[in-house]
Design a protein around this ligand. Structure first.
Ligand code: PFF
Length: 450
């Protein structure tokens, strides 16, 4: 059964997919690892990975989705009916989306809580006392109910968008939230770059230091390129199935890749000049967002409430559009396999991922005694989501695209039935058949070993 749903225009498709790609990863992860592994040197490697490998994976997922008009499992089975077992790659994508969303909800819940606490002035009342800011975060994230409440609020917002449908929900919301996100990041860039001593932050981000670009840094660049573009989880297969028939897949993927990278760089410019100007050490992840940045904002005097609120709103907007794409992938998948109504599927996965998210959230506080292989539930799923599942799913997808799917189908889909020229095709084919599988294998093996 062909899917009838589609984005209404190329712009809508690009906005929705950029919404998926731009997320917590761009804001709290990219700038930090960029500085840590050699600034400009890292950026060069990252740009190569993101445009030569990440975009190839994105194109392969778009082709698989649009050609089959199905969600991950059926997509593989439709395009290569001889061996239905290829559907397992799709199944891996669905499992990955499920776990990533459940984990993403935890951090997004914290972000929602921090929007509330910054707007209400609680955060700024902590002043620049690092110990007070740190104990506020510990109390907040380990308390039994507060994070759960905010997690629930965040998931509900995501559910409401999904219930609105592909065009009226996802597309329209992305068309509003993405420009808002750009505006927020630009305002924060201007503030950060005009602080005294901001140059040190810019230097940290961009001045090339090839001695810091270790093997570990190269692997981090590749892992970040894949995570940042939301590939290797089947999500872009679902969004690919919504891309209108006449759209140019190559150009669409390039736009998304370019926008995602630009916002990652702008996030760095919004964060690190301010961090250095206020005399803090660079860091990434929750430590940066929930410990260092509140302190940085509180050093800005009277305007601290405004800048803290704008920043956490930026983070929340980025997280919403990413979470939307994950819930949409799960909802579309169940509707593709059963007769249930779309709203039932959406509510079902809303309940399941929220419940699991609550468990992960509590595993940081009251359930921290529950351990799997010596790790708390949250740390265990974090490892699963960063080291094992996405590279494995990406590897399966690219092998399917490069070696299994009939080449005529790929060319026909990329050229819109022969109406577009495929000047890039030879390079794409080479990357998809040889370079990408090899690179993914290296990422996977080194992740397992480390
Ligand atoms: N690309 C998102 C980020 O950089 O935060 C994370 C993500 C969202 C991954 C959606 C996968 C996905 F399907």
């Amino acid at each position: 059964m062909a899917q009838q749903k589609s984005f209404s225009s190329n712009l809508g498709a690009i906005m929705a997919a950029v919404g998926s790609a731009v997320g917590l990863g761009n804001i709290w992860r990219f700038p930090y690892i960029c500085g840590k592994y050699g600034g400009g040197a890292f950026l060069l490697v990252y740009l190569c990975f993101v445009f030569l490998l990440g975009s190839v994976l994105m194109m392969s997922e778009f082709v698989i989705g649009r050609r089959s008009q199905h969600t991950p499992i059926k997509a593989f089975q439709t395009l290569y009916p001889k061996h239905k077992a290829w559907g397992l790659v799709g199944a891996l994508g669905i499992v990955t989306s499920f776990f990533i969303l459940s984990q993403y909800l935890v951090i997004s819940g914290w972000t929602t809580g921090y929007v509330w606490h910054s707007v209400s002035g609680v955060l700024s009342s902590l002043g620049t006392d690092s110990a007070a800011i740190s104990s506020f975060f510990t109390e907040f994230s380990t308390s039994p109910w507060t994070p759960v409440l905010f997690l629930g609020v965040f998931s509900l917002i995501v559910l409401i968008v999904i219930l609105g449908g592909v065009q009226k929900g996802i597309e329209n919301v992305s068309k509003v939230l993405m420009p808002l996100l750009v505006l927020l990041v630009l305002v924060l860039c201007v503030r950060s770059l005009t602080l005294p001593g901001a140059g040190k932050g810019v230097e940290y981000l961009f001045s090339p230091d090839f001695s810091k670009l270790t093997g570990e840094g190269v692997l981090a660049a590749l892992g970040q390129a894949l995570f940042s573009l939301s590939v290797g989880m089947g999500v872009m297969i679902v969004y690919g199935s919504y891309i209108p028939a006449g759209d140019n897949i190559f150009k669409t993927a390039m736009w998304i890749t370019g926008c995602d990278t630009l916002i990652a760089i702008l996030s760095g410019l919004a964060i690190f000049p301010a961090v250095f100007s206020c005399g803090f050490e660079p860091t990434g992840g929750p430590g940066l967002v929930f410990l260092v940045l509140p302190n940085v904002f509180n050093s800005m005097g009277a305007a601290s409430v405004v800048f803290a609120s704008l920043f956490f709103l930026l983070l929340m907007v980025a997280a919403i559009t990413s979470a939307i794409s994950l819930l949409e992938a799960l909802t579309a998948w169940i509707c593709d396999h059963t007769q249930i109504r779309r709203w039932v599927g959406a509510v079902l996965f809303f309940v399941l991922t929220t419940a699991l998210g609550v468990m992960f959230s509590m595993s940081i506080g009251s359930l921290s005694h529950i351990k799997i292989t010596g790790l708390t539930l949250f740390d265990f799923v974090d490892r699963l989501n960063s080291i094992y599942l996405p590279p494995l799913c990406a590897l399966g997808t690219i092998i399917f695209f490069g070696w299994v799917m009939p080449e005529e189908d790929i060319k026909d889909e990329l050229s819109n039935h022969g109406t577009l020229r495929l000047g890039y095709y030879k390079l794409l084919r080479f990357m998809a058949r040889y370079v990408a599988p090899l690179a993914l294998l290296v990422v996977l093996i080194s992740g397992i070993i480390s």
